[in-house]
Design a protein. Structure first.
Length: 116
């Protein structure tokens, strides 16, 4: 399964994403990040977006860029521990429009956990 994670400018949540990447078993890791976020040393693929873009346009940009990166899986693991609501809405909508299913994932005291 591929992991798609949003990386915002809120560095305090980056540890959550790092733990998911390092402790999970992923076929590929795709990081979608705000263009203003600093470099992040993890991930197989990185997609930079401008969070100032209007929501519907942002969703379309994400969808086109993700289509080219996501393999033949019918669902992806998704982390939205970082970022804001607008970025999350655009990302979730883009993934569902590709279409792929979404399994939300987080790193907890028990390890990598899926919840839906």
């Amino acid at each position: 399964m591929e992991l798609v994670a949003f990386l915002g400018t809120d560095k305090d949540n980056w540890g959550q994403i790092s733990a998911l990447i390092n402790r999970g078993k992923w076929d590929k890791v795709i990081i979608v990040k705000n263009k203003d976020s600093e470099d992040f040393p993890y991930g197989d693929e990185t997609i930079k977006i401008d969070s100032e873009t209007p929501l519907i346009e942002l969703k379309g940009i994400m969808m086109e860029k993700l289509k080219a990166k996501i393999g033949g899986d019918f669902e992806v693991a998704l982390s939205i521990a970082s970022g804001n609501g607008k970025e999350h809405m655009a990302l979730i909508s883009a993934l569902l429009s590709i279409p792929v299913g979404i399994r939300f994932v987080a790193f907890t005291r028990k390890g990598v956990e899926f919840f839906n």
